[in-house]
Design a binder for this molecule. Sequence first.
Ligand SMILES: CC(C)(COP(=O)(O)OP(=O)(O)OC[C@H]1O[C@@H](n2cnc3c(N)ncnc32)[C@H](O)[C@@H]1OP(=O)(O)O)[C@@H](O)C(=O)NCCC(=O)NCCS
Length: 112
Amino acid sequence: MTRSTAPLVREVDVRHRYEILVDEVAAGFTAYRDRDGQRVFFHTEIDDAFAGQGLASVLVQEALTQVRASGKRIVPVCPYVAKFLKKHEEFADITDPVTPEVLQWLETTLAR
Ligand SMILES: CC(C)(COP(=O)(O)OP(=O)(O)OC[C@H]1O[C@@H](n2cnc3c(N)ncnc32)[C@H](O)[C@@H]1OP(=O)(O)O)[C@@H](O)C(=O)NCCC(=O)NCCS
């Protein structure tokens, strides 16, 4: 697919997610919940029509950059975000581990 403009990443805080738009069409998102000073990322999804173009990487890079600017820390429960962070050590200083306590808290929060 040919893109006429660069993809745009925006935070949609009422939906607790960052979305990526390609030519103004929503192509995917990375979802989070906030816990104290942490932003806990738990799911990333790119629509099949936009798969394999590196959009998840663009989305997560920009989302994590925005998290840094906000002063929060990152907890990578989402396997894609965890994998991304292994390759991008520049976020190591603001990344916290996924602990059983965080997972328990997330399960309760998402069940509400
Ligand atoms: C995973 C997903 C978001 C990748 O989107 P994409 O825009 O096609 O991804 P990119 O082109 O930026 O990157 C592809 C990378 O994602 C990795 N990837 C694919 N599925 C993955 C998964 N379930 N967990 C972790 N990494 C995954 C690939 O191994 C590839 O890694 P590489 O860059 O080291 O080769 C997309 O395939 C998707 O929505 N899958 C269904 C939902 C899902 O499984 N989400 C991840 C766990 S929450």
